[in-house]
Design a protein around this ligand. Structure first.
Ligand SMILES: [Zn+2]
Length: 181
């Protein structure tokens, strides 16, 4: 069970945007929360039973944040059986329908990956998704966030040909904006 202090921490977590997505399937909530690492939560709304992939394993601020998100109406409801096996896939399907929200979630993960991803691969995947979503949403101001993130990435992975390729991809996006596409 969640104690008072944990519930308070969960509220703060939710308010600061750390809950990336919540999917409700039947009585259960599935979510992804950005803590020290990205954590995955499952919470049964009827029994309160829960689990989390953080070191505590459950009854933690990530579970509390998930509940807070749900109570604030921040969730998708799924009726697809595959949700219990692949909740993240379900979340991605929903997000694909709401590019603005998908871009916000992707940017959070991107900034997070910048500080934690030692391979550079996760960042590159998220970066390309963010570029595609920026193109769809035409949110010009995101261009500068992406450029800044890429500059930092390029400093860390300066010898990666991948850095050069990503730079090229952002230049293409910028040119499209300039042409008013
Ligand atoms: Zn946790």
């Amino acid at each position: 069970m969640l104690d008072e202090g944990t519930i308070k921490k969960g509220e703060r977590y939710y308010k600061s945007g750390k809950v990336l997505w919540v999917v409700k399937y039947g009585n259960r909530l599935f979510s992804k929360v950005l803590g020290t690492y990205p954590y995955y939560v499952v919470l049964d709304l009827e029994t309160g039973k829960n689990s989390c992939t953080c070191p505590l394993g459950g009854d933690c601020k990530h579970v509390a944040a998930t509940l807070e998100a749900y109570e604030n109406g921040f969730f998708f409801e799924s009726f697809e059986k595959h949700t219990e096996i692949y909740p993240e896939a379900t979340a991605m399907e929903f997000l694909a329908e709401v590019p603005e929200l998908a871009l916000n979630v992707t940017l959070k993960e991107l900034i997070f990956a910048l500080n934690t991803d030692e391979s550079g691969s996760e960042f590159a995947k998220l970066f390309r998704r963010a570029v595609a979503l920026t193109h769809i949403t035409k949110r010009r101001e995101v261009l500068y966030i992406l450029k800044e993130a890429l500059d930092e990435y390029s400093r860390v992975f300066s010898d990666y040909e991948l850095s050069t390729r990503l730079k090229h991809e952002i230049n293409v996006l910028e040119e499209e904006f300039q042409k008013g596409l």
